[in-house]
Design a protein. Structure first.
Length: 131
């Protein structure tokens, strides 16, 4: 399944795709002295499709949480063929551990992340529950 994450920041449009490098993101990271980024959604926890109104509430909660931090971020959309698009956030300046903690807090089973000069990759998280 091909997933594309689309963002606009400082009048630049960016599409992030898994397995590719993203020089524009690298520029944004350098400008803020960061070396890692993540694409994150609060929608559809544990990969289960939730009603739109619940996803909207979860997104608003995450947006509020991000506004209360000093982390740089930009809001966008994630799209995959055959699935409804999701509101996603490109956040940079977090450690890998912080990426995992945020994912666990919002019950996400995977996170898309990358490092300065690296490829976008999916990191699957194990929640300790039964398979």
């Amino acid at each position: 399944m091909d997933i594309v994450y689309s963002f606009t920041h400082n009048d630049e449009t960016l599409n992030i795709e898994i397995g590719k490098t993203h020089p524009k993101v690298d520029g944004w990271l350098r400008a803020d002295g960061a070396d890692r980024w993540m694409v994150f959604t609060a929608e559809n926890p544990k990969g289960e499709e939730f009603p739109k109104f619940i996803n909207k509430q979860r997104t608003q909660t995450l947006r509020g949480q991000l506004l209360a931090t000093d982390l740089p971020w930009v809001e966008g959309t994630g799209s995959a063929d055959g699935y409804p698009s999701e509101v996603v956030f490109l956040i940079w300046g977090l450690s890998l551990e912080q990426c995992a903690e945020l994912s666990i807090e919002y019950q996400q089973t995977a996170v898309v992340t990358g490092v300065l000069g690296g490829y976008a990759e999916v990191i699957a998280l194990y929640d300790g529950g039964e398979s």
